[in-house]
Ligand binder design. Structure first.
Ligand code: SF4
Length: 295
């Protein structure tokens, strides 16, 4: 047993020397961002271009992912010849079993109007917020992915969760390690083990024949309230139409997603404040883990 808890997370219980050689059963969380796509490509290369049958790649769609993200996930899968399971939250009811709590979709059938997120809000009779908590990640992403693995015959702790956190995001790795829910998990962070930093990921994509067609900082849910105000304003300016879904939920619940600013406040600031660009914190990918920090 390694004494350093981060080292334990980096190597996983198996302690393999090539961090991209993943021993199944395993779940690779693909958030639809550049970093997790980079990790996926490295894993694929380490396995000679074909993943083992019990290594599953999953993408959880909240319904508020941007179209560019959906197309990027599809393009990675088709160009690289891998199967990516697109999962959408249906319910959190225990009575329906793991297979009933999510549905599998594809590029054409994927929700694009927040339907999985709507279902969660309806179940909870509440909206996630910087006051009430970031439980959207947990239900829409983490649990959907775990339920998928349960349908493959693996309960939590019986498979490796492969997560795309880079070496320059060590604080995220630390929070991951400190999260109570991860005590029973076998987590691998191959990018940290390989020393991969943001510049490496960006250089990789610069050399590829395709890329995520989004500027840095605009990925995952289009107007995620868990990024900073500056980033929320930049996103509202980038895509004002996408704010409507969020504003309507705030109006219905008479409550704001953001502690300080509602979606309407953010829209007003986008119209009146100088042009702002999102900072790097908005680039972190929302995936198969939940530690409560900005996505
Ligand atoms: S991107 Fe933001 S709003 Fe969407 S699931 Fe993640 S934390 Fe929630």
């Amino acid at each position: 047993m390694l004494a350093d808890p981060i080292a334990n997370l980096v190597l996983g219980r198996r302690g393999v020397s090539n961090p991209y050689l993943i021993t199944g059963p395993a779940l690779i969380s693909f958030s639809g961002g550049r970093t997790s796509a980079y990790m996926l490509k490295q894993i694929l290369a380490a396995h000679g271009g074909t993943l083992p049958d019990d290594v599953h790649v999953c993408f959880a769609n909240t319904g508020k992912e941007r179209e560019e993200t959906l197309r990027f996930v599809h393009e990675c899968a088709t160009r690289w010849g891998i199967q990516v399971h697109w999962l959408e939250f249906v319910t959190d009811l225990r009575s329906v079993g793991a297979a009933g709590r999510f549905e599998e979709v594809g590029l054409n059938s994927a929700s694009r109007n927040g339907e999985p997120f709507d279902r969660l809000i309806e179940r909870k009779k509440s909206i996630p917020s910087t006051v009430t908590g970031r439980w959207c990640t947990d239900f829409l992403k983490v649990r959907a992915l775990h339920d998928f693995m349960a349908t493959q015959g693996f309960e939590l702790g019986q498979y490796t969760e492969v997560i795309g956190i880079r070496a320059d995001e060590a604080d995220r790795a630390k929070r991951l390690q400190e999260s109570e829910r991860n005590v029973a998990s076998d987590i691998a962070l191959p990018l940290i083990s390989a020393g991969v930093r943001k510049a490496d990921v960006l250089a990789f994509w610069k050399a590829q024949p395709f890329d995520l067609l989004l500027p840095r900082g605009y990925g995952n849910c289009d107007h995620c309230p868990f990024v900073g105000s500056k980033n929320r304003i930049a996103r509202a300016r980038f895509d004002p139409a996408g704010t409507l879904w969020w504003a309507e939920h705030e109006k219905a619940k008479v409550f704001s997603f953001g502690r300080t600013f509602s979606m309407v406040d953010i829209l007003g600031m986008a119209a009146s404040e100088p042009q702002l660009l999102p900072d790097d914190n908005a680039d972190a990918e929302c995936g198969t883990w939940c530690t409560g920090e900005a996505s």
